[in-house]
Every structure is written in structure tokens, then in C-alpha cells.
Design a protein around this ligand. Sequence first.
Ligand SMILES: Cc1cc2nc3c(=O)[nH]c(=O)nc-3n(C[C@H](O)[C@H](O)[C@H](O)COP(=O)(O)O)c2cc1C
Length: 305
Amino acid sequence: MCFSLSNLKTLFCGIEFKNPIITASGTFGFGREYNEIYDIQKLGGLSTKGLTLNYRKGNNGIRSYESSYGLLNSVGLENPGIKNFIENEREFLKNKDLIKIANLGGKDEYEYIEGAKLLDQQDFIDIIELNISCPNVKNGGMAFGINKEDAYKITKKIKSVVNKPLVVKLSPNANDLVAVAKACEEAGADGLSLINTIKAMEIDINKKKPIFDNVYAGYSGPSVMPIALRMVHEVCKNVNIPVIGMGGITTYEDAIKFIMAGASLIQIGTANFIDQEAPLKIIDGIKNYMIKENIESLENIRGII
Ligand SMILES: Cc1cc2nc3c(=O)[nH]c(=O)nc-3n(C[C@H](O)[C@H](O)[C@H](O)COP(=O)(O)O)c2cc1C
């Protein structure tokens, strides 16, 4: 269970976060570049770029497109592969005092399982976040998170090979999100995170073609916030495991709303591209709000809606 220790500290699956703010997978690399801008140890945690067993080159064509509505991306899980990640990032991450979440992707069951085993052996990783919700890969990814049967099967398999807390990242594109959330809980997930990006598209009317080679892409940023908030609320009301809320969170007010909807922790994604210091401003904003409202612990407002 999750409860606050004092002030911003949050206990999540037996792990203490110094504050509830985590940077979201795919928007923060492995933390190195941002650490040149600010001390990433001010964060509660970071979630790595999606990692797969083997190196992935990612998608061809345009990979991110900033529309007047929000951000669309089609990165396609480009990453160095788990072995390279361990070799190159272990030293950097193990010395950093924040919670490290490894975001795990895969094209099939074998890749997911072998990747999970490798990550589970690493002393510098605290939590595994199983991404069964990426809309930008042809094989695997979101396919595992669309219906409750597949989500149950993959969660159960991964849970049987890991000792670290397992958080399953859900897709807003699921047929029945609450059913998928409950299936993951039943299969042994220690926590859930949501939402990943929403399947969307854009068209270049001059070229008369879709912007993205894959036609569809993942949509994120401030405009998805009320949808994500509703989804986090629905899931929190229907499961007994802790939830990490995300989707369009840009201000401390947004973050407080997700906590009131029931989220234990918060991830900040696209907002990092709008203002690199957004997570720090959100931490300060939550702190000031608590002082102003005389709230000793986030537990006092968690899930009150
Ligand atoms: C460029 C980009 C890359 C992303 N890559 C990943 C990824 O590798 N794994 C993952 O689980 N989510 C990935 N996401 C999804 C985010 O972690 C987050 O779930 C989503 O963007 C919604 O939050 P936001 O609106 O705050 O960005 C990515 C998002 C963006 C914008």
C-alpha cells in the first residue's frame, strides 16, 4: 500500500520517493542531458526511455510533430538495447539519489521476458515499468495492452521472473481500460501507470499525405490532460494497487488534480519539452499549495474526488 511519510515523501510499493514527481519515459532520456540543466536528484524519480532486449533503430520519417493542439510522436522505441544501457548508464545512475524506473518494451513475449530478467538483476534499478501501451511499434507494444486477456498473460509471465516491484503502464487505447487494469492487478502487478500516448494522426494537406510514415502516432501534452485525469480516476476507483498518473500534466495544479483523483505518484512527460524545469516548478508548487492549505501529508487529499 502507499502512504505519505511526511510532507512530499511518498511510499510506493515499499519504496520511498522523496517527492511524488517522476519524469516520464521517452521525454527524459536516461537523465544525463537534463542533469546538465539541473540536479536531477531534486526529482522523486525518473523513468528511462523505453528499453528493449536488443538495440532498436526506431521509425523512419518524421518522428515528432508539434501541432497547435499537442505533440504527436512516432519514435518507435529507439534505444541502445538493455545490455548497452547497463554498460553505459549504470555508473551514472547508480550514484544518483532518486528512484530509477526502467521502462521495458518488447516486440514479443520472449523479448519482454529476457529483458525483464536482465533489468531485474541490476542493483541501480528500483522498479520495472512494463510498457504494454506503445502505439508506435508494429509488433508488440500496445498489442499487449489492448485487451484484458493479453494484458493478464504478459503481466503474469513478467511477474514470475522479477523480484523488483512491477508497474504496468496502461494504454488509453485499450478496449476497456478498467478491465485491463483489473486484469493486471489480478496477474500480480504491484502498481499501474497511465496514460501512455493516445493513438492519433496528422495530415500534410500540401503533400496530401499523412505526416507520419506509420500514418498513426502517439498524442500527448496539455490537451490530453482532462482525458488522462478521467482515466486515472476511473482506474483508481477500481483497483487496490497504487497508481502513477500522467498525461498532459504541466502545472502543479494539474498534479494536485491527479492526486485528488487517486494517483500516488505523478509523471511529467511532454511538459519537459515546453519548460525543462517544469518538474521542479511542479514540486515547489505542490509544496506551497500544501503550506497554504495547511495539508500535512498528500494522503489527506489523495483520492478525495
Ligand atoms: C517523444 C516521446 C517518447 C515517448 N516514449 C515512451 C517510451 O519509450 N515508453 C513509454 O512507456 N512511454 C513513452 N512515451 C509516453 C510518455 O511517457 C507519457 O506516457 C505520455 O507522453 C503522456 O504524458 P505527457 O502528456 O505528460 O507527455 C513517450 C512520449 C513522448 C512524447
